[in-house]
Design a protein around this ligand. Structure first.
Ligand code: CMX
Length: 134
């Protein structure tokens, strides 16, 4: 079902202020910035081996990331696992009684298909499923 950790999402107040630590100090390969309007975030992607770090900056006050920053400050926001078949993964989680934020896949960064599991169903960790190509 799961093939690898695709990325770790980190909430930041400003991409401009936080990007240089990952790109320049840690030396990660920077893959660009994209706005995901549906999620109300700007996303910077950095490659680490076969996984990525996704920096998330809110683009509006009602963004889920803005709410997270208000409550917790900057930090790890979610963990994303790559799946071969996202519909099958969602169906299996629903059958097992998991609380899905998305019962159908929606569009994430780079046109990928994603679905979130509520942190109350995943031991306090907001969990994202994403189908390959993410
Ligand atoms: N990680 C862990 N726990 C979290 C969390 C997170 N990122 N965000 C919220 N929670 C916790 C809250 O602390 C709260 O816990 P308590 O009840 O113990 O206090 C609980 O979840 C519910 O929080 P809430 O305030 O009722 O709900 P929110 O309105 O904050 O919504 C969530 C939380 C996860 C449902 C919402 O943020 C969401 O739908 N997220 C999915 C979409 C998303 O995060 N998009 C941004 C990234 C997009 C991308 O990667 O492309």
């Amino acid at each position: 079902m799961l093939t690898r950790i695709n990325h770790i999402g980190i909430a930041v107040r400003s991409l401009d202020e936080s990007l240089s630590f990952y790109r320049d100090n840690l030396g990660m390969a920077f893959a660009g910035i994209e706005e995901v309007a549906e999620q109300k975030v700007r996303v910077a992607m950095l490659q680490v081996g076969e996984s990525k770090i996704e920096l998330l900056e809110p683009t509006s006050e009602d963004s889920p990331v803005a709410k997270f920053l208000e409550k917790n400050g900057p930090g790890i926001h979610h963990l994303a696992y790559e799946v071969e078949d996202i519909e099958a993964a969602i169906a299996r989680l629903l059958a097992d009684g998991a609380r899905m934020i998305d019962e159908r896949p929606r569009t994430g960064a780079h046109g990928t298909r994603i679905a979130f599991v509520h942190p109350k169903s995943s031991n306090g960790v907001l969990t994202e499923l994403c189908q390959s190509g993410c």
